[in-house]
Design a protein around this ligand. Sequence first.
Ligand code: MN
Length: 227
Amino acid sequence: MSEIFHVAAPSATIAGSAARFPIRRIFCVGKNYADHAREMGGDPEREPPFFFSKPADAVVPGGAEIAMPPRTANLHHEIELVVALGGGGANVSADGAMDLVFGYAVGNDLTRRDLQADAKAGGRPWDMAKGFDHSAILSPIRPAAEVGHPASARIWLTVNGEARQDGDIADMIWPVADIIAELSSYVELKAGDLIYTGTPAGVGRIAAGDLVEGGIDGIGTIANRFA
Ligand code: MN
């Protein structure tokens, strides 16, 4: 093969618009709710949240049917508020951070929990546990110009209609402004970046055939069947 090829640029739906949101990078926050940190065996008083990432083309729409991913016997759901950036910067102050937010969406940070446990035990990277194909479910993005900057809202997830996760984004250890400020001290943020802001307690297994639904009041919903 010597012909140059075309690689599609990942993008996301914007609610109420024909325009699409171009996705540059996907960052994720780990252990940003105290109840989830504890259910994973951590101590939120001693360990601050932290960052990892997924490839931009891991995004899959919040209404898509998703094939069960390979190499796992313990696929987990993590319902999350997603921040979509319309601007960027390095060493952003928390005071100026919200000016960079284009909008918000509902996400599900799919996790191969068995591979993550192996990686933790072996001191190895999380990439194959977190950054696999179709691992970043995303609802349409709601512009902040319409929905504002919600500081408090119910965040929930059900599997086949049964409650699994039910929390409030007000319980994030690092609120959105702090996440942006902290993350921008590690890497320069830019327009097109998505930030999955962490999940409340109640993460659990998804099996073939399951319907996984979730939402954040005022932001949107997702509903994915796993085939
Ligand atoms: Mn997560």
